[in-house]
Design a protein around this ligand. Structure first.
Ligand code: NDP
Length: 280
């Protein structure tokens, strides 16, 4: 029997109580990894744990940590409980994140700067801090980091969600900076940049089911928005994360940001609606 891809590997996957992180935890664990799963919502985190077990993952291969990743005690617990449970860390997937909106409805630069801090604390600062804490273990294992950014990071402007998009641009550059600093220590760092993916992202943003339905219809029916005509699935993003976390598959890829978006970022605004798009 051939060994599973992540046999004897230990992975921390942040934001695994939902969406992309949940799909990644399932894929890694099915492929043999011992996983630390985490999120604030204990019920959804338990759903992830049960999903893994239903799919044949032994319960002793799952370590659950409930908490807010922006808090240092939670970051510390993620590291210490992973070491206590599994003895090492091979892979860190920095996936937890959200577009934190201004509840007053202000957009772009007119959002309160507290919203800037909130987006950066979650999407950037927690990644920096967790990476600092994981470094010595990843160095010992010659490990891998995969960050989850977004196509909102650019190069196109994204002024409505200014603070979220600049937090994701920071993750792209952080990926490159870390990759250069860490590769002499044997640690590879890469990044995935998803387009629109069907996850809890939109309800976390405050949209109700009807609004999510309308948004999905508007995105998938217009080839200038998503040329492939489909929302991304979390499982598809998980497969790219797994590829980048697997040294046998991607050892020579260092510090790259890889877009996975059904073609959304290919469309140039001045050509959108052009008859060459779509079926005509
Ligand atoms: P989901 O809302 O489905 O999942 C987000 C995950 O992050 C959840 O597990 C959530 O857990 C966790 N999380 C959010 N805030 C915190 C916090 N303060 N502390 C701990 N955990 C937290 O969305 P996605 O799966 O889509 O998001 C995953 C990543 O993908 C994010 O970084 C997002 O920016 C990125 N992305 C998503 C896109 C999309 O269209 N879906 C597009 C581009 C990028 P809990 O709520 O339990 O705390």
């Amino acid at each position: 029997m051939t060994a599973k891809r992540f046999e004897n590997k230990v992975a921390i996957i942040t934001g695994s109580s939902n969406g992309i992180g949940r799909a990644t935890a399932l894929l890694f664990a099915e492929e043999g990894a011992q996983v630390t799963i985490t999120g604030r919502n204990s019920e959804r985190l338990e759903e992830t744990r049960k999903l893994l077990i239903e799919n044949g993952v032994p319960s002793e291969n799952i370590n659950s940590v409930i908490g807010d990743i922006t808090e240092s005690e939670v970051q510390e617990k993620l590291i210490s409980s992973t070491i206590n449970s599994f003895g090492k860390i091979d892979i860190l997937v920095n996936n937890a994140g959200a577009l934190i909106p201004d509840k007053l409805g202000n957009v772009g630069i007119f959002q309160n700067v507290q919203i800037l801090d909130d987006n950066f604390n979650l999407n950037v600062r927690s990644v920096v801090e967790l990476t600092q804490r994981a470094f010595e273990y990843l160095e010992a294992s010659r490990g891998e980091i995969v960050n989850v950014s977004s196509i909102a990071s650019g190069p196109q402007g994204h002024s409505a969600h200014n603070y979220y998009s600049i937090s994701k641009a920071a993750i792209d550059q952080l990926t490159r900076n870390l990759a250069l600093q860490f590769i002499p220590h044997g640690i590879r760092v890469n990044c995935v940049n998803p387009g629109i993916v069907s996850t809890g992202f939109f309800s976390a943003l405050g949209l109700n089911d009807e609004q999510i339905g309308l948004f999905t219809e508007s995105m998938t029916s217009d080839p200038s928005k998503i040329p492939s005509g489909e929302m991304g699935k979390p499982e598809e993003i998980a497969k790219l994360i797994a590829f980048l976390a697997d040294r046998n598959s991607s050892s020579y890829i260092i510090g790259q940001t890889i877009t996975i978006d059904g073609g959304s970022t290919l469309v140039m605004g001045m050509l959108a609606g052009n008859s060459n798009l779509g079926k005509s």
